[in-house]
Structures are given as structure tokens and as C-alpha cells.
Design a binder for this molecule. Structure first.
Ligand code: KIV
Length: 263
């Protein structure tokens, strides 16, 4: 994809959108050479890269550093950066400053969790030239409000609210919407009701695209293994195997070999 306009085109042409969350230049370079459509600099960086227990610990500065690194690795790709915890809630000026910093760091667009109470700010950002991707369902920045990482939209009232929120985001001008951890029937219903594309994570097969965190699909984390993630690599075993092979070679004086010694 060359721009955010390609998201709407993909939905019109029924071409599933493929999004991957990554945080550094090396992985972005790999993704830039791949068949994925766009890169998400998710605030999951706070957990995956920095080891925090939740995304609440992500800051604007942290997200700008990762966004700039991803942009350097993938100069021509659509890069969407997460607006971190509370950065939309500190008022319009703060939100503009945070979104502006992410755009100047290299983002093509920003992603914002939730909509209620921040309609005016979302609209202002969009009218200021900052494309906005919405994020509904299990919005991880609200994990404490939800009492844990739980499937959202299970009751009829919650499902109705989520659909109404999705329609509000579309009306405000969002170009796409992440639906996280919601029942597949609800995700299908919302996707059908919207013109903008939906991108699911733990939301079943009938969204207009799918997103996964790169470290998850590579199977790098031996602890975090939710049902909705498919491991395309057993990265944890492979990396451990490679690192242990290096350690054994050093201890057995097999590394470096003659051809690995500089003259
Ligand atoms: O932070 C993130 O990586 C995300 C995706 C899981 C959608 O928001």
C-alpha cells in the first residue's frame, strides 16, 4: 500500500488487508521487503520491547523513537503509530502535539483507542491532516477498567455500543478500524455496517483485514500464547537453539574458525 487511500480501495475490491506490529528498523526493513500492506508501531512496544506489564507505560517519546526507527527501516511503507495512554485525553492541544510529534517522527497516520469523549479531538486531528485509525473492543490502555484482558462486546448492549462507536468513528472520518478481541459475529456485523475497513485481532475471519504483533507470529514469547495468535515460526526455540549453539562453540573453541578470523 502506498497511502491510506489504499485501505478503502482494498475493502471495495474485497482484498484482505495485512498489518503487522513492529517497533524497530531491522524488522521494518524485513517487513518492507515482504508482502504485508502496512506497519503498525503499536504501543505494545512498551510490553514487547521494554518489558512493562501493560501498554499504559508507553509514552509519546517512546512511540516517537520506535516510529522513527520503523520509518528508517521502511521508508516507503504506510506506518501507523499508536497514540499512547492518555495522550488524547489531555485536551486538544496536547493531542495535536502528540500526534504531530508522531507524524514528524515518520508516521503516515495515528491509531487512537476508543471514541466516547474524544470525538471532537479525533475530528480536529483529521481536519488537521492527520489520518486516524480507530481501535475498539479490547482496547489495552483500558485494561484496568475492563478488569483484565477479556473479550469485549459479549452482551447485546455492549455489542450495540461497539457498533455505534464504530459508526461514530466512520462519521468522524477515521480511515480504518482495529477490532480487538470481540466475538466473530459482532466483528462481521460491524464490518458489514461500515464503509471503512476493519482490521481484526482476535475478532474472527470476517473483518476486512488482520493484524498480529510480529513477535507473536514469530513465536518469540514462550509465555504469551493467546488462542487467536498463529505461530508461523517457533522463534523462541530457534533463537534459544542458535544462542546455545554459539555458547557451546565458544566454550569448545570451535568459534571463531580460521575463515572467521580477520587478517
Ligand atoms: O499495540 C499494538 O500492537 C496494537 C495491535 C495489537 C492492534 O494495538
Amino acid at each position: 500500500m502506498k497511502s491510506i487511500l489504499d485501505f478503502a480501495r482494498a475493502k471495495r475490491e474485497a482484498k484482505p488487508i495485512v498489518l503487522i506490529a513492529a517497533y524497530d528498523a531491522l524488522m521494518a526493513r524485513l517487513l518492507a521487503a515482504s508482502e504485508v500492506d502496512a506497519i503498525l508501531v503499536g504501543d505494545s512496544a512498551a510490553m514487547v520491547v521494554h518489558g512493562f506489564p501493560s501498554t499504559i507505560h508507553a509514552t509519546v517519546e517512546m512511540m516517537c523513537t520506535h516510529t522513527a526507527a520503523v520509518r528508517r527501516g521502511a521508508p516507503d511503507r504506510v506506518v501507523i503509530a499508536d497514540m499512547p495512554f492518555l495522550s488524547v485525553r489531555l485536551g486538544r492541544d496536547e493531542a495535536v502535539r502528540a500526534a504531530g510529534a508522531l507524524m514528524q517522527a515518520g508516521a503516515t497516520a495515528v491509531k487512537i483507542e476508543g471514541v466516547t469523549g474524544q470525538e471532537e479531538i479525533i475530528s480536529h486531528l483529521i481536519h488537521s491532516g492527520i489520518p486516524v485509525m480507530g481501535h475498539l473492543g479490547l482496547t489495552p490502555q483500558s485494561v484496568n477498567q475492563f478488569g483484565g484482558y477479556r473479550v469485549q462486546g459479549r452482551t447485546p448492549a455492549a455489542a450495540e455500543q461497539l457498533k455505534a462507536d464504530a459508526l461514530t468513528l466512520e462519521k468522524l472520518g477515521a480511515f480504518s478500524l482495529v477490532l480487538e478481541c470481540v466475538p466473530a459475529v459482532l466483528a462481521a456485523d460491524v464490518s458489514l455496517a461500515l464503509t471503512m475497513p476493519t482490521i481484526g485481532i482476535g475478532a474472527g475471519p470476517q473483518t476486512d483485514g488482520q493484524v498480529l504483533v510480529l513477535a507473536d507470529l514469530l513465536g518469540l514469547d514462550e509465555v504469551f500464547r493467546p488462542k487467536f495468535v498463529r505461530h508461523y515460526l517457533e522463534g523462541n526455540e530457534l533463537v534459544l537453539g542458535a544462542v546455545n549453539a554459539f555458547a557451546r562453540d565458544v566454550r569448545a573453541a570451535r568459534f571463531p574458525a580460521r575463515e572467521e578470523v580477520l587478517a
